[in-house]
Design a protein around this ligand. Structure first.
Ligand SMILES: [Zn+2]
Ligand SMILES: [Zn+2]
Length: 334
């Protein structure tokens, strides 16, 4: 590795493809062959598909996308590529070396995995029985009080932003996607309720929506097509606020991106209290004053901490408080 200047991150590209891949390592090596010098981020390839989160100069991301689409139509013919330009607000973050390192955006990395999303279950199939809703249909479904919305993401993601509407919104406080299936076993979903599932870019819903359809007595299961990323793009084009409130957590050095609507409900605000002093809501894992993210000192789970506590809990002022702990580690210590 002799990269003289760090790759400039002008945009972030998210995409996934689901389908039979006979030689995942060959596909991974091929994608890397024209990307590892100019892009950063992660590519996971398995026999069931590909899942990528990449950053770099706009031209290089577009070239990556075009080549994948043109030369591997067998895999990417139906893939929707989500290419988002880094906003002014996030420019400082994507230049921050520690955030780049922490999010794996300091180099191009790829690997062969068992599952492109870690559910710990049988391999994914494209969720064919599931209705895919775009922005307008999604909003209409969310306006119905009988709908049940399931946020398939982890607790630390929904803590800073989520959908709010007339429907019941369930945001399970799970630590990783592998906990979703067991949460679902006792999820409070009324028999016959229409269920709407959403995640960041759609890939987690491919699996989660199938599980929901198979394991619950829901009348109908739908998912947000292209996830919140695509939804927020459509809201931007439509020039209104949309129903996603707060910030969308992302797995790259932007850390999160702001929706047009602030968090409104009290339950959502309670989910985003400072882990050290309980004040809040805390809107994001970083702020203009700090780029270091706070984690549970035992299990390393990301924690929301207010600016005031982040300077005193880290020992930086010398007035060190009790160690930072997530709710389950704190309970175990008691
Ligand atoms: Zn605090
Ligand atoms: Zn912990």
């Amino acid at each position: 590795m002799s990269r003289s200047a760090p790759t400039k991150i002008e945009a972030v590209l998210l995409y996934y493809a689901i389908g039979q891949i006979d030689e995942p390592s060959e596909l991974g090596e091929w994608l890397a062959s024209f990307s590892r010098e100019c892009l950063v981020g992660r590519v996971r390839v398995s026999r069931e598909g590909v899942n990528a989160t990449l950053g770099g100069p706009m031209a290089a991301l577009e070239a990556h996308m075009l080549r994948a689409r043109r030369e591997r139509r067998d895999v990417f013919a139906e893939t929707e590529f989500n290419l988002t330009r880094v906003g002014d607000e996030e420019t400082a973050r994507v230049r921050d070396a520690s955030l780049r390192r922490e999010t794996g955006f300091d180099a191009y990395r790829w690997r062969v995995v068992e599952e492109i999303v870690t559910f710990g279950r049988a391999p994914a199939t494209k969720a064919t029985s599931i209705r895919r809703l775009k922005r307008d249909a999604w909003d209409a479904a969310l306006a119905k009080p009988e709908s049940v919305v399931i946020d398939v993401r982890n607790g630390y993601e929904s803590a800073i932003g989520r959908f709010e509407g007339a429907a019941t919104v369930l945001a399970p406080d799970i630590r990783s996607t592998s906990d979703f299936a067991s949460w679902l076993e006792s999820a409070p979903i009324p028999d016959g309720a229409p269920v709407l599932a959403y995640c960041t870019g759609g890939v987690r819903c491919e699996r989660a929506a199938e599980l929901i359809a198979a394991r619950t007595n829901s009348a109908e299961v739908a998912m947000l097509d292209g996830g919140v990323v695509r939804y927020l793009e459509q809201v931007e084009r439509d020039g209104d606020d949309g129903l996603f409130c707060g910030r969308l957590f992302v797995f790259d050095p932007r850390v999160s991106v702001r929706a047009r609507k602030p968090v409104g409900s009290e339950t959502a605000a309670a989910a985003s209290a400072c882990a050290a002093c309980g004040s809040g809501p805390v809107h994001d894992y970083c702020s203009d004053r700090r780029t270091r993210r706070a984690r549970c000192e035992t299990c390393r789970l990301l924690l929301l901490v207010c600016d005031r506590c982040s300077t005193t809990t880290g020992g930086e002022t010398g007035r060190r408080r009790r160690p930072l702990a997530c709710t389950s580690c704190a309970a175990r210590r008691r």
